[in-house]
Design a protein around this ligand. Structure first.
Ligand SMILES: [Zn+2]
Length: 367
């Protein structure tokens, strides 16, 4: 099979599109022919750069923590799944035996968690083998491209907003960097709950896109007065929830945008991870800070239902042939995208190349 492979760490230039052995599904696994996958900063770019701190990481490697496709083979002992079935892949593998798993916690709490595309080869390939229990059947109304957005960005945003900070229709939520994959996901999920959404983005065309998604107001976080603009948009009180995955660049100001009793949410960072905290302000304001990593199977199931019902249509920036994965990763690194960049194996076809007019590529395109 063809896959996007890297043999050494480095920039996007280390990515090659090469022939590698097609995996064989082991016991309790299924082999999926990948129809769509996506690009993610952490699981893809950071793993490519330096292994992202994954214990025992080995080269060569195939990234890809999102995926949707068709089951083409089943390993020994698999029941309840069939060849030909359309599925989305839940990318986190859980042990089933640790205390969290035994207590029925969401899978992302597993002490022995491993991720497709990080601890094992991922879906930036024509085929991927995964435990059959990680596969969720897709209704016809959900495209492979839409399903490929769920494993990382949409699933994580759903888990954070609904389970970690228990977003309510009466809440005002501020989403930082609304043009990122997870930012656009958070905007749509918060809107589907009925919450009022404010957003930030550094580019005027992205703020326009955020408004089209139903955001009440969008601010430029490069303008130092943006926290005051958030205050002004919330009757001087601040937001009930702030979702900030930017990190060091914006965290101190984001915390300052919270209303009394507000909830801060974070599931990653793209702009640095060491942040000074004014504890005095936080306890006096009785702020709650929640961190999380990934979502659970239940989040992916809920999102599949929301898409099938027409409640959410995941924002797809562009759809690119898998052989152009390096260009897609560069697009993310330069923050030229709004929403998810989808990769489609060349043998599947039907991909739309990254807009030549980069930085202005807009619109929800379906693969
Ligand atoms: Zn476990």
């Amino acid at each position: 099979m063809k896959a996007t492979v890297f043999h050494e760490h480095g920039g996007p230039e280390v990515l090659g599109y090469e022939e590698v052995p097609t995996p064989t599904p082991g016991p309790d696994e299924a082999l999926v022919r990948v129809h769509a996958t996506t690009v993610n900063r952490g699981p893809d770019a950071k793993v490519r750069e330096d292994g992202f701190g994954i214990p025992g990481f080995r080269l060569p490697h195939v990234s890809g923590a999102d995926g949707a496709g068709e089951i083409v083979a089943l390993g020994e002992g698999v029941t309840g799944r069939r060849v030909g079935e359309r599925v989305a892949i839940y990318p986190l593998m859980w042990c089933g035996t640790c205390d969290f798993c035994r207590a029925g916690a969401s899978e992302n709490y597993c002490r022995a968690w491993r991720m497709m595309g990080m601890h094992v080869w991922g879906a930036h390939a024509e085929y991927v083998a995964m435990p059959a229990r990680n596969l969720l059947p897709l209704p016809d109304a959900v495209s492979y491209a839409a399903a490929a957005t769920l494993g990382v960005s949409y699933g994580t945003a759903h888990h954070g907003l609904l389970r970690q900070v228990r977003l309510q229709p009466s809440d005002t939520v501020l989403v930082m960097a609304a043009g990122s994959g997870i930012g656009a996901a958070a905007v749509q999920i918060a809107r589907s709950v009925g919450a009022r959404v404010l957003a930030t983005s550094g580019a005027p065309w992205k703020r326009e896109r955020a408004l089209e998604l139903g955001v009440a107001a969008a601010f430029d976080y490069r303008d130092p007065t943006w926290p005051e603009q958030v205050r002004a948009a919330t009757d001087g009180r601040g937001a009930d929830v702030v979702f900030d995955n930017v990190g060091a660049e914006t965290w101190a100001q984001s915390l300052g945008c919270l209303d009394r009793g507000g909830r801060m949410l974070c599931s990653g960072n793209t702009g640095g991870w060491e942040v000074p905290l004014d504890l005095r302000g936080l306890y006096r304001n009785m702020v709650e800070i929640r961190f999380h990593m990934q979502g659970g199977m239940a989040d992916m199931r809920a999102l599949i239902d929301l898409i099938a019902a027409g409640e959410i249509d995941p924002v797809i920036d562009s759809s690119v042939p898998l052989s152009e994965a390096a260009a897609a990763q560069r697009r993310l690194a330069a923050q030229e995208q709004f929403g998810k960049v989808v990769l489609v194996p060349d043998s599947i076809g039907n991909a739309i190349a990254v807009a030549a007019d980069e930085g202005r590529g807009r619109g929800q395109r379906r693969a």
